[in-house]
Design a protein around this ligand. Structure first.
Ligand SMILES: Nc1ncnc2c1ncn2[C@@H]1O[C@H](COP(=O)(O)OP(=O)(O)O)[C@@H](O)[C@H]1O
Ligand SMILES: [Mg+2]
Length: 256
């Protein structure tokens, strides 16, 4: 089992979009995939047209309240969701304790049934995001290709580092920065990528997600871009992204 969080305190950079489409891709490749939403806004559920207030399954608030077993919602073959709603906000104020709650759950093997777990997080620097970082094996920071967004990446990296310094025995790996919503043809974009490459080196993911109206519209149809357009460019972008991540985290091939 590998657990990856998508974090950035800046809203609108594509955390939810990426986590939904990427997790959907892994499930389609045959990996048993769990998606956990830790954002009180519950955007993942809205995206996937899932009732975030269902009482018969585990929701993200339950994870903070002495759960020993999980019963996620079923989305599709190999694809499961622990949704979030506003109730989780009350756990946002808690001072993070050494050996956090989510980390304990993970250490107790609660997620071991899954090949891969993805975690969406709120656009804040809050203890919910700290919980996510601390219990992850990897964390990924998405950004738009904009000058001000890059400042956000630096701040997100610093927030993660500060969080991890204060908690012993936690060693999630910084998976890297993922560029989203790019307009490849512009000159400023090329300068931008060059500069980012110099700063980040290997930590800049090779796969970059283009700006596409299909992505912005996909939640409207409660479909991932992968369901939407199986032969399209976006299917291949998310295939490449999944491949790159598989390589970076050393996830074994799944033979169907
Ligand atoms: N590559 C993209 N192309 C077009 N629209 C995008 C793309 N990525 C995200 N969006 C849109 O940008 C908005 C913010 O994305 P979202 O995933 O909700 O960001 P976050 O979770 O970081 O706040 C959404 O309306 C989403 O549909
Ligand atoms: Mg979001």
């Amino acid at each position: 089992m590998k657990l990856i969080s998508i974090v950035c305190q800046k809203g609108g950079v594509g955390k939810t979009t990426i986590v939904v489409n990427l997790s959907s891709m892994f499930s389609k490749k045959g990996y048993k995939t769990l998606l956990i939403d830790l954002d009180p806004q519950g955007n993942v559920s809205t995206y996937l047209n899932f009732d975030k207030n269902r009482e018969d399954i585990t929701n993200s608030t339950n994870l903070f309240e002495n759960t020993t077993k999980i019963n996620p919602g079923f989305l599709d073959e190999n694809y499961y969701l622990i949704p979030s709603n506003i109730k989780i906000a009350k756990h946002n104020e808690e001072k993070i304790a050494v050996g956090s709650k989510l980390k304990k759950l993970k250490e107790n093997g609660v997620f071991n049934d899954y090949d891969i777990v993805f975690v969406d997080t709120p656009p804040t620097m809050s203890s919910l995001v700290q919980e996510a970082i601390v219990f992850s094996d990897y964390y990924l920071i998405p950004t738009k290709a904009e000058f001000l967004a890059i400042e956000g990446v630096g701040q997100a990296m610093e927030f993660a580092n500060t969080t991890l310094k204060s908690i012993p025995n936690t060693n999630p790996v910084f998976l890297g920065v993922l560029l989203n919503q790019i307009f490849e043809e512009t000159e400023s974009h090329k300068d931008f990528v060059t500069e980012l490459n110099e700063i980040l080196g290997e930590k800049l993911l090779k796969t970059k997600i283009p700006y596409k109206t299909e992505i912005a519209e996909s939640p409207l149809y409660a479909k991932t871009v992968i369901d939407f357009n199986e032969d399209g460019e976006l299917f291949s972008v998310f295939t490449d992204l999944a491949e790159e991540i598989k390589e970076r985290i050393g996830l074994n091939e799944k033979t169907p």
